[in-house]
Design a protein around this ligand. Structure first.
Ligand SMILES: Nc1ncnc2c1ncn2[C@@H]1O[C@H](COP(=O)(O)OP(=O)(O)OP(=O)(O)O)[C@@H](O)[C@H]1O
Ligand SMILES: [Mg+2]
Length: 330
């Protein structure tokens, strides 16, 4: 289950405005990836390009042997069924009940009977904790409930690839924690390939298997979580550690003089914090795609920030990863 998505040399502009150029990355099948980037760097445009709602100027999006931007409209309609998408604004139909909103893709794309639809919708609403809200209109429930309704709708067709655009924006920290747990549990249950756009650094550090960062018209870095969380590349480490010091300023790129002054004054980022443990599914067992903590660093000879993975034993596996330079009893 889960399908790999391979993006090659993707470029998009609107008129004279370049959004991003030459973006290449692979979303590994069944893994969770997070896409970060300052506001306006084109994260939502990227998700829309992935589902074929926005046509890129150049580049390919390979799903198996199909190149999405080159598909005819009828084939694109078929390929879209592989995707479940939660848009940034939830995009629920305001005049339809929660039930009808969630049932909508089933009525559009399948020949299920109303009785079968009732069963699927009931299942998904239960999964996101919205049983009982079926008859409400989107305007009558809270923002967090609308997000979860959007999530239920994204799941009804049993998608192989799930894209979330800021599922956690506007949620309080407790609800964000619940949502993150739900995402990890869903990944374990469905084995689908996930891509999540978020501004929440804690989510980015603990949920995904891979992290990507869009910055200043290009993909600054994309790779395994441990690679980015131990990276000292200035843009990556400023963003992932929510620091003011570094190349990113209020207007995306910091004024060169201001940055030069920082460098000249020897103002540097504080040392990297330790890499946190990845969130486990609620049953405590790792997801099929989840790698043991510290594995990527150990395999690549990268010494992670001090204190990372010390004494970690991956639940469900006998393997203890001991990294060079770390005390075994720490
Ligand atoms: N349909 C469109 N036509 C013209 N310009 C667009 C269109 N959609 C997006 N843009 C522009 O593309 C750029 C990237 O927008 P996008 O919504 O992808 O940013 P984002 O990274 O998702 O930001 P945020 O974090 O605030 O959601 C913006 O400058 C936006 O104005
Ligand atoms: Mg956006």
């Amino acid at each position: 289950m889960g399908i790999e998505v391979r993006v090659e040399g993707l470029t998009k502009s609107f008129g004279a405005q370049l959004v991003w150029a030459d973006v290449s990355l692979t979303l590994p099948a069944g893994e969770i990836s997070v896409l970060l980037g300052p506001s306006g760097t084109g994260k939502s445009v990227f998700l829309k390009a992935l589902v074929g709602l926005i046509r890129p100027d150049r580049g390919s999006i390979w799903i198996g042997d199909l190149d999405l931007p080159r598909l005819r409209e009828a084939d694109l309609f078929e390929v879209r069924r592989l995707f479940g998408v939660l848009f940034q604004d939830g995009a629920l139909f305001g005049s339809m009940t929660i039930y009808d909103n969630v049932a909508f893709p089933l009525r559009e794309h399948t020949r299920l009977t109303e009785a079968e639809i009732r069963r699927v919708v009931g299942d998904k609403l239960e999964m996101v904790g919205l049983t009982g809200a079926e008859r409400k209109l989107p305007g009558q429930i809270s923002g967090g409930m609308r997000k979860r309704a959007g999530l239920a709708r994204a799941l009804v067709l049993g998608p192989e690839i799930i894209l979330f655009d800021e599922p956690d924006s506007g949620l309080d920290p407790v609800r964000t924690a619940y949502l993150n747990q739900l995402i990890v549990d869903l990944n374990q249950q469905t084995g689908a390939t996930f891509l999540i756009v978020t501004h929440d650094i804690n989510t980015a550090r603990t949920v995904p298997d891979n992290i990507g960062l869009l910055y200043h018209g290009h993909l600054a870095m994309f790779g395994p979580r441990e690679m980015l969380l131990s990276s000292t590349e200035p843009v990556v480490c400023q963003f992932l550690n929510a620091q003011r010091i570094g190349p990113i300023g209020m207007a995306e790129e910091k004024d060169a003089a201001e940055r030069d002054a920082e460098v000249a004054a020897g103002v540097n980022l504080p040392p990297l914090p330790q890499i946190p443990l990845q969130l486990l599914p609620s049953n405590g067992l790792p997801r099929p795609a989840q790698r043991p903590p510290g594995q990527w660093c150990a395999e690549h000879g990268v010494i992670p920030p001090v204190g990372s993975f010390a004494g970690n034993v991956e639940p469900g596996s006998a393997r203890l990863v001991v990294l060079p330079g770390l005390r075994e009893d720490a």
